[in-house]
Design a protein around this ligand. Structure first.
Ligand code: F42
Length: 147
């Protein structure tokens, strides 16, 4: 994916976090606000526009894989990036620190989702409260490094 197609988020704080994280190689803007909890930057391909989209998400890592939790603060609808990942699961880049890497994702269900959900709540406890705010089951993807 080339950055020529990059369309920054319309949300100022999200746009700024991505810009500062990338320009510092993950040294700055690497937590959610003042929580001190780490974030990663996930690049997706727009399912309608085809444009490159960058989204900060909480860092939920296990054995070199990452959970991507489509919580959006417990809002009633999935975030748009959920649909980008469903449409283009191979066109994903994850940045956790200095080096971005190409990844592929799949949405989890059943026991596998349960195990990653537990890890997600351990990494970022508010996810549990977000789930109580919405009737939708919060989707969880796992992102795996591509060979
Ligand atoms: N959100 C989460 O869901 N989970 C997290 O763990 C999380 C952590 C987090 C940490 C730091 C931080 O700064 C933000 C964090 N967020 C987290 C918020 C997250 O970064 C997103 O802002 C949020 O999930 C909303 O995602 P969204 O994809 O719905 O973003 C909207 C605001 C957006 O960017 N919309 C674009 C726009 O121009 O309106 C469209 C983006 C897009 O992909 N468009 C598609 C396309 O084809 O280009 C299709 C558009 C369509 O109509 O379908």
């Amino acid at each position: 994916m080339t950055d020529a197609d990059y369309a920054p988020s319309p949300a100022g704080w999200v746009r700024d976090q991505v810009a500062e994280y990338e320009s510092s190689g993950g040294q700055r803007a690497n937590t959610l606000g003042d929580t001190g909890l780490p974030v990663i930057i996930v690049t997706t391909r727009g399912n309608k526009s085809g444009k490159v989209r960058k989204t900060p998400l909480m860092r939920v890592e296990h054995g070199g894989d990452y959970a991507l939790v489509a919580s959006m603060g417990g809002a009633p609808k999935h975030p748009v990036w959920y649909y980008n990942l469903k449409a283009n699961p191979d066109a994903v880049v994850v940045q956790d620190g200095a080096e971005p890497f190409a990844a592929e994702v799949r949405e989890l269900s059943g026991d596998e989702r349960d195990a990653w959900w537990e890890r997600a709540v351990a990494a970022y406890p508010p996810y549990a409260e977000y789930q109580t705010r919405t009737d939708r089951q919060i989707p969880v993807f796992v992102a795996t490094r591509r060979a």
